[in-house]
Design a protein around this ligand. Structure first.
Ligand SMILES: NC(=O)c1ccc[n+]([C@@H]2O[C@H](COP(=O)([O-])OP(=O)(O)OC[C@H]3O[C@@H](n4cnc5c(N)ncnc54)[C@H](O)[C@@H]3O)[C@@H](O)[C@H]2O)c1
Ligand SMILES: O=C(O)CC[C@@H](O)C(=O)O
Length: 442
């Protein structure tokens, strides 16, 4: 395998010593030179945090077409995205200066995580800041489907008074089947039980049930027992097309399907068929196989060929991927992912990264002449010995290393390093046979 070198040159001037020692605010080099590109309308909280660090931040409200994205990503050290921007291997290969990707959302399926790790690029997300928002939306949808609220609302907006109770039900005493019992699924479980529902869930791992919920062994068992099925799995090779004709046929007659996970999990044509023939009484869909890059009049057959058939079905609630779109969630995500980007750029901290060894070191005290070496490398035998040989003329105050698959990451705080030694250390470490990326912060 060829060793790609994506190294960062450091500033060679330092501040002078302080009499008292404090945790030192580390900086990579002149922070003004750090360029950050934020796409898809990242919350102002995240923008402000990054700007406060002195980084140059460009924020764009929509996702970019691949050619424009490639052009822009070449020049930036960090990129912040949400669910629409596809950071494929091809795009990542063009990102020569990129250190870090921030997914300002939960899902990370839009990023080629392995390609990023192989370039020494850490990827962060916000694993639970919008979980509650999604769970609340699902509760609203369960009630809305059960009472046909969507249809009544449209009818009355069109002047049609249609007072009916036929096939409108309370949710008390009904059964909710949750597929994927992680952050969202388990929150939903608690809320649904509080509304008087009985909860079953299916997950690939054994999990502690909330309240009196029960885990079932198979997806089919869950589908056969539930009045409402709600999907909360990530997009993986196993979950793609998870709900198709056979699975829908296994659902109870008169039940409802809700998908706010990813658009690839449910096959829409068999869902449309089941809604048309009355096997299902309704569905709520928040995510779609293809979604537009920005707001506007894009929801049509050009986007997904079956759109008009779905629109014609009764009791179907369609929302534009807004499960996590609340002020509370977006603010928290902006703060969390913004902080993770800053800590990775300034201090090398990779705790919370989804594709990378997760390590941290306690702060450097604000005395002069200590540097932090950040060395991302291929996980091959003998490398740490070679690096410590390079560092042997200095005092390694503390050091931590971990690996994840074929990628390893080492942090070392080295004291008593003179200005002229910094470049030497940088050059020798970054020319190591296993180097992926080398950075020095101080
Ligand atoms: N609509 C929205 O706006 C919105 C908002 C947030 C998250 N999401 C989506 O929801 C997904 C779930 O979010 P989360 O925070 O609960 O994730 P999570 O990682 O906390 O939980 C996912 C659960 O699914 C389980 N799982 C994985 N593969 C499975 C399979 N094949 N069968 C059964 N269970 C399986 C996992 O074991 C895990 O317990 C995210 O990955 C994201 O794609 C959508
Ligand atoms: O905000 C988004 O675009 C994605 C929301 C949601 O799907 C997530 O993965 O957190």
């Amino acid at each position: 395998m060829s060793l790609e070198v994506a190294s960062t040159v450091v500033r060679l001037t330092r501040s002078s010593s302080f009499t008292h020692s404090h945790p030192k605010a580390l900086k990579p080099f002149d922070s003004g030179e750090i360029k950050i590109l934020l796409l898809e309308n990242v919350n102002q909280r995240g923008i402000s945090l990054l700007e406060k660090e002195g980084y140059q931040v460009e924020s764009i409200k929509k996702a970019l077409p691949e050619d424009v994205l490639i052009e822009k990503i070449r020049d930036v050290h960090a990129i912040g995205i949400r669910s629409k921007t596809k950071l494929t291997k091809k795009v990542i290969q063009e990102a020569k200066k990129l250190l870090v990707i921030g997914c300002f959302c939960i899902g990370t399926n839009q990023v080629d995580l392995e390609a990023a790790a192989n370039r020494g690029i850490a990827v962060f997300n916000s694993p639970f800041s919008n979980s509650r928002s999604v769970a609340e939306l699902i509760i609203a949808e369960i009630i809305s489907l059960s009472r046909q609220l969507g249809d009544r609302n449209i009818e009355l907006h069109q002047g049609n008074w249609n007072k009916v109770s036929s096939q409108c039900y309370e949710i008390r005493g009904k059964t909710l089947g949750i597929v994927g019992y992680g952050h969202i699924g388990s929150q939903l479980s608690v809320l649904a039980e509080a509304m008087g529902m009985t909860v079953f869930f299916h997950d690939i791992i054994q999990l502690m049930p909330m309240g009196t919920a029960k885990q079932v062994n198979t997806l089919y068992e869950l589908l056969e027992r539930s009045d409402f099925v709600s999907l909360h799995v990530p997009e993986t090779e196993e979950t793609k097309n998870m709900i198709g004709e056979e699975e829908i046929a296994r659902m109870k007659k008169g039940s409802y399907l809700i998908n706010a996970s990813r658009g690839t999990i449910v096959q829409i044509p068999p869902l449309i068929k089941a809604l048309q023939n009355g096997h299902l009484l309704g569905a709520a869909i928040d995510v779609f196989p293809k979604e537009p890059a920005s707001n506007g009049q894009f929801y049509n057959n050009e986007l997904n060929s079956w759109t008009s058939d779905l629109l014609a079905c009764k009791n179907v609630i369609l929302t534009p991927h807004i499960g996590g779109s609340t002020e509370e969630a977006q603010y928290m995500i902006g703060a969390e992912v913004g902080a993770a980007i800053i800590k990775y750029i300034n201090c090398g901290t990779s705790i919370g990264a989804v594709n990378f060894p997760e390590i941290d070191l306690r702060a450097i005290q604000d005395t002069d002449k200590t540097i932090r070496l950040l060395f991302c490398h291929y996980n091959v035998p003998g490398v740490l010995r070679e690096i410590n040989e390079i560092l042997s003329d200095h005092n390694v105050d503390k050091q931590y290393s971990d690996s994840r698959g074929n990628i390893a990451y080492m942090m070392a705080d080295i004291s008593n390093v003179d200005d002229q030694d910094i470049r030497k250390i940088y050059e020798t470490v970054s020319s190591n046979r296993a180097n992926i990326s080398t950075r020095i912060v101080y």
